[in-house]
Design a protein around this ligand. Structure first.
Ligand code: HEC
Ligand code: HEC
Length: 305
């Protein structure tokens, strides 16, 4: 009987050599692979650039982005025809939902007889199946542009309204006092006999403010000037978010939304308005004076008292 035990794996010199080589080679291969694996972090998915700076920035960018527009930037207004084609034609071209049809004089005659101011008011405020501003936001189409669309539609359907006058160098850019004066003029019901431009500016100031704003906001302790400036700033800047509660901003006139915030001292609330908080940009993204921002806060707060 040979010395080698039965079933020993290595029986020939050739097998021995192979085993010795494998004994060296296998650990070396494993070490190489391990080293490669450790180094792997910089090489996710051969051929992709999923970790490139641009890709990463795109992935970690904030979900909601606030596009704060400069209220003083010169504005290019769309024509009535452009607004009509982009927005109003959705319903008014076919007469969908009972809308008076474009160029159909029979549909329009009784409406035109109400006068331009009434038509504009309906277009801005909505009525039955007609959504306020045709469903657009004041950020996208100013009151002036809506007014142009109304004139365009009506004039193509039997009316001969004059083209609405462009707000004097932008109602938004006018000094706060002017805007406030225009707004209070409108509130007093004097809009219809004022010039067309003033009416448009006043409508611009009024239309997007919730009804609660109609109540005089001046607190007993405030000077009329401060409250006017606050109201004007609110209308120019803050209402972009606070009128509809954009980005969860506490809504103008919404007691429930404001109550928890007003538990804090007024100085803290002013501070948030001046320096920002969450999605609330410092001063609402404007460059208004501290006093005006505080006045705007007072104006908003007075709506929930
Ligand atoms: C979603 C459909 C829809 C869109 C979009 C729409 N309208 Fe209307 N509109 C209507 C309907 C429906 C009526 C009829 C309302 C009624 O008399 O009850 C109407 C009526 C009107 C009137 C007549 C109001 C009156 O006092 O009789 C005007 C003016 C008007 N729309 C302007 C516009 C303008 C300007 C736009 C675009 C900025 C627009 N509409 C977009 C559906 C729409
Ligand atoms: C871009 C949108 C936006 C604009 C414009 C804006 N706000 Fe705000 N505001 C917010 C949001 C969102 C909150 C809620 C912030 C939070 O609680 O995290 C807020 C909260 C506030 C609060 C309550 C802070 C608190 O919790 O006590 C005040 C006061 C305020 N805004 C004042 C203003 C004033 C004044 C202006 C105009 C000068 C303005 N905001 C313009 C978005 C806006």
């Amino acid at each position: 009987m040979s010395e080698a035990p039965h079933g020993a794996p290595i029986k020939t010199p050739g097998q021995l050599i192979a085993a010795v080589i494998a004994g060296f080679a296998v650990p070396i291969i494993i070490i190489v692979l391990l080293a490669y694996y450790v180094d792997n972090s910089t090489r996710t998915g051969a051929g992709t650039d999923s970790l490139s700076e641009a890709e990463v920035t795109a992935r970690i960018k904030p979900l909601a982005q606030v596009d704060v527009r400069d209220a003083n930037a010169p504005r290019v207004y769309k024509t009535g025809e452009e607004v009509y084609k982009a927005v109003c034609s959705a319903c008014h071209a076919s007469g969908a939902a009972g809308a008076p049809k474009f160029t159909n004089t029979a549909d329009w005659a009784p409406r035109i007889s109400q006068g331009f101011d009434t038509l504009l008011h309906t277009a801005l405020a909505g009525k039955g199946g007609m959504p306020p501003r045709g469903g657009t936001s004041p950020d996208d189409y100013s009151d002036f542009e809506i007014a142009r669309a109304v004139a365009y539609m009506a004039n193509n359907s039997g009316a001969s309204f004059p083209e609405p006058a462009q707000p004097a160098s932008g109602a938004a850019a006018a000094p706060a006092a002017t805007a406030a004066a225009a707004a209070s003029g409108a509130a007093a019901g004097g809009a219809s006999d004022a010039g067309a431009a003033q009416a448009a500016a006043a409508m611009a100031a009024m239309a997007s403010v919730p009804q609660t704003a109609a109540a005089p906001a001046a607190g007993a302790t405030q000077s009329a000037d401060a409250s006017q400036a606050g109201k004007a700033l609110y209308q120019q800047v803050c209402q972009a978010c606070h009128a509809a509660g954009v980005l969860n901003a506490p809504k103008f006139g919404d007691k429930e939304a404001w109550a928890p915030r007003l538990k804090e001292p007024m100085d803290t609330v002013y501070n948030y308005a001046l320096h920002g908080k969450g999605a609330m940009p410092p001063k609402g993204g404007s460059s208004a004076s501290d006093a005006d921002v505080k006045a705007a806060v007072d104006y908003m707060v007075s709506s929930v008292k």
